[in-house]
Write a protein that binds this ligand. Sequence first.
Ligand code: ZN
Ligand code: ZN
Length: 157
Amino acid sequence: MPEPLLPEPLMSEPLMSEPLTGGCLCGEIRYAVDVAVEWLAACYCTDCQRRTSAAGSINAVVPASAFRITRGETRVFTKQADSGNALHRHFCGTCGSWIYNPMGGDATQVVLKAGTFDSHDGMRIALNLWTSRRPAWAPLDSTLPCHEKNIVQTRQD
Ligand SMILES: [Zn+2]
Ligand SMILES: [Zn+2]
C-alpha cells in the first residue's frame, strides 16, 4: 500500500451544507465542490509565482469526483512541474483566472485555487510548500509546518 500523498489535515470531510461555489474574475467559468473545504496549502514555488503574479498560490485539495464545472469551459496550459509530472493548469480563456489543476501524479485529486472561492468561511492554511522559493518580500507564517519543496516530490525522493 503506498502512503497517501496528502497529510491528514488536507483530506476532505463529508459535506454538511450547500456545495462550495466559485468562479473566475469575468464570470464565464463557474464551478461547485461537493465536499467541505477547511484546510488550505500555501505554495511559494516559482511556477505559482509566475502564474499568479504574486507570492504563490493558496490551494485546496479535493477529490476530482467532488468537483464539477457548472458553467463555461476552461483552457489548459501544461508545463512540467519540478516533480517531473506534467501539470495541466485550467484557467479562464477570457480573463485568465487560474481555477484548478489535476494533482500531478494523482489525477483522482484536484487542486483548486482558493482565491476563486465565493466564500472562505471556516478555511485556514494548514501548511506551507516550496518555502525555499518564497520571495523575500512575502510574509510567511512559520508557526505552520513548512516544507522546502513539495510534499509529493519529497516523498518520491
Ligand atoms: Zn473569466
Ligand atoms: Zn506552486
